[in-house]
Ligand binder design. Structure first.
Ligand code: SF4
Length: 179
Protein backbone atom coordinates (compact mmCIF):
# COMPACT_ATOMS: atom_id res chain seq x y z
CA UNK A 1 0.00 0.00 0.00
CA UNK A 2 1.36 3.44 -0.93
CA UNK A 3 1.87 6.22 1.60
CA UNK A 4 -0.84 8.29 -0.14
CA UNK A 5 -3.40 5.49 0.21
CA UNK A 6 -2.48 5.02 3.84
CA UNK A 7 -2.98 8.76 4.49
CA UNK A 8 -6.36 8.76 2.73
CA UNK A 9 -7.55 5.77 4.75
CA UNK A 10 -6.35 7.35 7.99
CA UNK A 11 -8.21 10.59 7.22
CA UNK A 12 -11.36 8.64 6.26
CA UNK A 13 -11.17 6.71 9.53
CA UNK A 14 -10.71 9.90 11.53
CA UNK A 15 -13.71 11.52 9.80
CA UNK A 16 -15.81 8.44 10.55
CA UNK A 17 -14.81 8.58 14.21
CA UNK A 18 -15.57 12.31 14.32
CA UNK A 19 -19.04 11.74 12.78
CA UNK A 20 -19.74 9.04 15.34
CA UNK A 21 -18.59 11.31 18.16
CA UNK A 22 -20.79 14.19 16.97
CA UNK A 23 -23.80 11.87 16.66
CA UNK A 24 -23.24 10.55 20.18
CA UNK A 25 -22.81 14.09 21.51
CA UNK A 26 -26.03 15.28 19.84
CA UNK A 27 -27.96 12.35 21.32
CA UNK A 28 -26.41 12.91 24.75
CA UNK A 29 -27.46 16.57 24.65
CA UNK A 30 -31.00 15.84 23.52
CA UNK A 31 -31.71 12.81 25.72
CA UNK A 32 -32.17 14.75 29.01
CA UNK A 33 -34.67 17.09 27.32
CA UNK A 34 -37.16 14.25 26.79
CA UNK A 35 -37.53 15.32 23.14
CA UNK A 36 -37.18 12.25 20.90
CA UNK A 37 -34.52 12.04 18.21
CA UNK A 38 -36.82 12.12 15.21
CA UNK A 39 -37.31 14.14 12.04
CA UNK A 40 -38.17 17.85 12.41
CA UNK A 41 -40.93 18.57 9.92
CA UNK A 42 -41.25 22.26 10.77
CA UNK A 43 -40.16 24.83 13.30
CA UNK A 44 -41.20 28.30 14.36
CA UNK A 45 -37.97 29.11 16.16
CA UNK A 46 -35.83 30.31 13.29
CA UNK A 47 -33.75 27.12 13.27
CA UNK A 48 -34.22 24.13 10.97
CA UNK A 49 -37.13 24.12 8.52
CA UNK A 50 -39.33 27.09 9.28
CA UNK A 51 -43.04 27.06 8.49
CA UNK A 52 -44.01 29.00 5.35
CA UNK A 53 -47.46 29.68 6.84
CA UNK A 54 -49.19 29.05 10.14
CA UNK A 55 -51.28 25.88 10.25
CA UNK A 56 -54.84 26.82 9.36
CA UNK A 57 -58.03 24.79 9.71
CA UNK A 58 -60.94 26.68 8.20
CA UNK A 59 -63.50 24.07 9.32
CA UNK A 60 -62.80 24.83 13.00
CA UNK A 61 -61.69 28.45 12.54
CA UNK A 62 -58.31 27.79 14.11
CA UNK A 63 -54.80 28.85 13.17
CA UNK A 64 -51.43 28.62 14.91
CA UNK A 65 -47.76 27.68 14.76
CA UNK A 66 -46.30 25.14 17.16
CA UNK A 67 -42.64 25.67 18.06
CA UNK A 68 -41.83 22.38 16.32
CA UNK A 69 -43.59 19.65 14.43
CA UNK A 70 -41.78 16.31 14.66
CA UNK A 71 -42.46 13.12 12.77
CA UNK A 72 -42.15 9.60 14.11
CA UNK A 73 -43.09 6.59 11.96
CA UNK A 74 -45.09 8.76 9.59
CA UNK A 75 -47.11 10.51 12.31
CA UNK A 76 -46.61 14.21 13.04
CA UNK A 77 -46.93 15.65 16.51
CA UNK A 78 -46.38 19.15 17.93
CA UNK A 79 -43.82 20.35 20.46
CA UNK A 80 -44.32 23.52 22.48
CA UNK A 81 -41.31 24.89 24.36
CA UNK A 82 -41.63 27.19 27.38
CA UNK A 83 -38.09 27.47 28.70
CA UNK A 84 -38.99 29.96 31.43
CA UNK A 85 -41.61 27.72 33.09
CA UNK A 86 -40.64 25.79 36.24
CA UNK A 87 -43.40 23.43 37.34
CA UNK A 88 -43.82 19.77 38.18
CA UNK A 89 -47.12 19.46 36.33
CA UNK A 90 -48.30 21.23 33.20
CA UNK A 91 -50.57 24.28 33.38
CA UNK A 92 -54.04 23.64 32.01
CA UNK A 93 -53.69 26.56 29.56
CA UNK A 94 -50.49 24.99 28.16
CA UNK A 95 -52.18 21.59 27.90
CA UNK A 96 -54.97 23.21 25.89
CA UNK A 97 -52.43 24.99 23.67
CA UNK A 98 -50.67 21.71 22.83
CA UNK A 99 -54.02 19.98 22.33
CA UNK A 100 -55.09 22.79 19.97
CA UNK A 101 -51.94 22.19 17.89
CA UNK A 102 -52.81 18.47 17.80
CA UNK A 103 -56.28 19.43 16.57
CA UNK A 104 -54.72 21.66 13.91
CA UNK A 105 -52.39 18.90 12.74
CA UNK A 106 -55.30 16.46 12.67
CA UNK A 107 -57.35 18.87 10.55
CA UNK A 108 -54.50 19.75 8.17
CA UNK A 109 -52.82 16.35 7.72
CA UNK A 110 -55.80 14.00 8.16
CA UNK A 111 -53.94 12.05 10.87
CA UNK A 112 -54.52 12.41 14.59
CA UNK A 113 -51.32 12.88 16.59
CA UNK A 114 -51.27 10.42 19.51
CA UNK A 115 -49.83 13.15 21.73
CA UNK A 116 -48.01 16.47 21.81
CA UNK A 117 -44.96 17.39 23.85
CA UNK A 118 -44.73 20.31 26.25
CA UNK A 119 -41.24 21.29 27.31
CA UNK A 120 -40.70 23.38 30.47
CA UNK A 121 -37.31 24.48 31.80
CA UNK A 122 -36.46 21.04 33.19
CA UNK A 123 -39.27 18.65 32.30
CA UNK A 124 -40.95 17.47 29.12
CA UNK A 125 -44.59 16.44 29.48
CA UNK A 126 -46.33 14.11 27.07
CA UNK A 127 -49.86 15.43 26.54
CA UNK A 128 -52.09 12.62 25.21
CA UNK A 129 -54.45 13.65 22.44
CA UNK A 130 -57.52 11.58 23.28
CA UNK A 131 -61.14 12.07 22.11
CA UNK A 132 -61.87 13.58 25.55
CA UNK A 133 -59.01 16.11 25.17
CA UNK A 134 -60.20 16.90 21.65
CA UNK A 135 -63.71 17.60 22.98
CA UNK A 136 -62.27 19.86 25.69
CA UNK A 137 -60.34 21.94 23.14
CA UNK A 138 -63.41 22.28 20.97
CA UNK A 139 -65.49 23.49 23.90
CA UNK A 140 -62.77 25.96 24.96
CA UNK A 141 -62.73 27.33 21.39
CA UNK A 142 -66.50 27.64 21.46
CA UNK A 143 -66.38 29.49 24.80
CA UNK A 144 -63.67 31.83 23.46
CA UNK A 145 -65.81 32.64 20.42
CA UNK A 146 -68.78 33.36 22.68
CA UNK A 147 -66.57 35.67 24.81
CA UNK A 148 -65.64 37.69 21.72
CA UNK A 149 -69.23 38.84 21.35
CA UNK A 150 -69.77 39.67 25.03
CA UNK A 151 -69.70 43.13 26.58
CA UNK A 152 -66.39 44.11 28.23
CA UNK A 153 -66.17 42.53 31.67
CA UNK A 154 -64.48 43.57 34.91
CA UNK A 155 -60.95 42.53 35.84
CA UNK A 156 -60.97 39.25 37.76
CA UNK A 157 -57.66 39.61 39.67
CA UNK A 158 -55.41 42.06 41.55
CA UNK A 159 -52.07 40.87 40.26
CA UNK A 160 -50.07 43.55 38.36
CA UNK A 161 -47.61 41.00 36.98
CA UNK A 162 -50.44 39.37 35.04
CA UNK A 163 -51.17 42.72 33.41
CA UNK A 164 -47.46 43.26 32.73
CA UNK A 165 -47.34 40.13 30.57
CA UNK A 166 -50.80 40.58 29.05
CA UNK A 167 -51.17 41.19 25.33
CA UNK A 168 -54.10 43.59 25.90
CA UNK A 169 -52.37 45.89 28.37
CA UNK A 170 -52.05 48.76 25.88
CA UNK A 171 -55.80 48.98 25.36
CA UNK A 172 -57.15 47.65 28.66
CA UNK A 173 -58.95 50.18 30.86
CA UNK A 174 -58.74 47.85 33.87
CA UNK A 175 -54.97 47.40 33.69
CA UNK A 176 -53.10 47.52 37.02
CA UNK A 177 -49.95 49.04 35.57
CA UNK A 178 -49.48 52.53 34.12
CA UNK A 179 -48.37 52.75 30.52
S1 SF4 B 1 -54.20 44.20 31.25
FE1 SF4 B 1 -56.43 44.06 31.44
S2 SF4 B 1 -56.97 42.20 30.34
FE2 SF4 B 1 -54.77 42.12 30.73
S3 SF4 B 1 -54.54 40.96 32.65
FE3 SF4 B 1 -54.62 43.15 33.17
S4 SF4 B 1 -56.77 43.53 33.60
FE4 SF4 B 1 -56.69 41.60 32.51
Amino acid sequence: MTDVMTDVMTIALLLLLLAGLLFWLAQALRQPTGIPWVRVVGSDTGGGRTFDHPLFARSIGLTGKPDYVLEKRGVCFPVEVKPGREATSPYESDVMQVAAYCLLLEATTGHSPPYGLLRYARITFRIPYTPAVRDRVLSVLEAMRADLTREPCARSHTNPSRCRSCGFVAICEESLISQ
